[in-house]
Design a protein around this ligand. Structure first.
Ligand SMILES: [Zn+2]
Length: 304
């Protein structure tokens, strides 16, 4: 393959430098007082409840959204986010139903999605996650994050509650550990945490994303039967085409990097010369495109 030959030639010279850069970016455990990673600290967020389908809601503030499922046998929440967010979510639930809390589903291991589970556990919920997320949480405790009560293994686990079938899928690594795609079968809706954020380029330097596996996972999501996707950032829900657009963005970014290899652009200059005009109206384009390009470039270069 032509591209592989060109990029490997460039990489051999610079791999030591690349590794140095990665070492400098090694994750550091933030203090408990660190502000939420995905919310601006200077604005007071306004929370809203969106009914996506009968009994299926998105609840959030323009920056983060949880999923809520209300059935005749109880309530399920996907991603409590933080103690404050979970308390507001519980208040919103009590505004629409007296049904008991039954489950909290963790979408993946990241603290910014699963803080505050104790609030919903105190209200009666059993917390469930994929085993990979639980195992990571045991190794990386956080004072606001509760280790799940139950885990599931393998690629599929179904929960039936009050006439709704909640299908949990694990497609392998894509972002974080134990990334779970949830499908509400009867309503033809999927809930996607972090792996699809509509009309926005990837978040920052794509923390804990594995771009090639992320892209592959999105093809698996596209093969599911659904009409509507729910998101945890940017917008509460949208059409299934948002999944395809997210996958195409990753592919377009990788192809743009390969094009720079062909042109002979110096390796370290590539992230700063990448342009993807098709996405210029997406949020984060000016600030994050180069950071996204660094992540994809590094995966091409060193395999991670
Ligand atoms: Zn995440």
């Amino acid at each position: 393959m032509k591209f592989a030959h060109i990029h490997l030639a460039s990489v051999s010279v610079l791999s030591v430098l690349a590794l140095t850069i990665l070492a400098a970016c090694a994750p550091v455990t933030p203090p408990p007082t660190a502000p939420p990673a995905t919310e601006p600290v200077s604005q007071a967020p306004v929370y809203e409840l969106f009914e996506v389908a009968d009994g299926i809601y998105s609840y959030g503030n323009g920056f983060i959204y949880s999923g809520i499922v209300v059935t005749d046998e109880g309530v399920i929440v996907i991603d409590p986010m933080s103690s404050q967010h979970a308390a507001l979510t519980l208040e919103a639930i009590r505004g629409i139903t007296e049904q008991p809390m039954r489950y909290v589903i963790y979408s993946h291991n990241h603290w910014d999605h699963i803080g505050g589970g104790q609030v919903l556990k105190d209200a009666g919920a059993t917390i469930i996650s994929h085993v990979d997320a639980r195992d990571w949480l045991v190794e990386h405790p956080n004072p606001d994050v509760v280790v799940p009560d139950e885990v599931w293994e393998g690629n599929r686990h179904d929960i039936s509650l009050g006439g709704k079938t909640i299908e949990l899928y694990f497609f392998g690594p894509s972002h974080g550990q134990g990334m779970t795609v949830t499908r509400f079968a009867e309503d033809r809706i999927v809930f996607l945490a972090d792996i699809v954020t509509p009309n926005r380029v990837g978040f920052g330097n794509l923390p804990d994303f594995f771009p090639a596996e992320w892209e592959r996972t999105l093809t698996e999501v596209e093969a599911l039967d659904f009409d509507t996707a729910m998101f945890t950032h940017q917008e509460p829900s949208g059409p299934r085409s948002a999944v395809t657009q997210q996958r195409e963005y990753i592919q377009d970014l990788r192809n743009a990097i390969f094009a720079e290899f062909q042109k002979g652009t110096p390796f370290l200059e590539i992230p700063n010369v990448i342009e993807l005009p098709k996405y210029k109206d997406w949020a984060g384009y000016d600030d994050w495109l180069a950071l996204n390009a660094w992540r994809v470039l590094m995966e091409i270069a060193i395999g991670w």
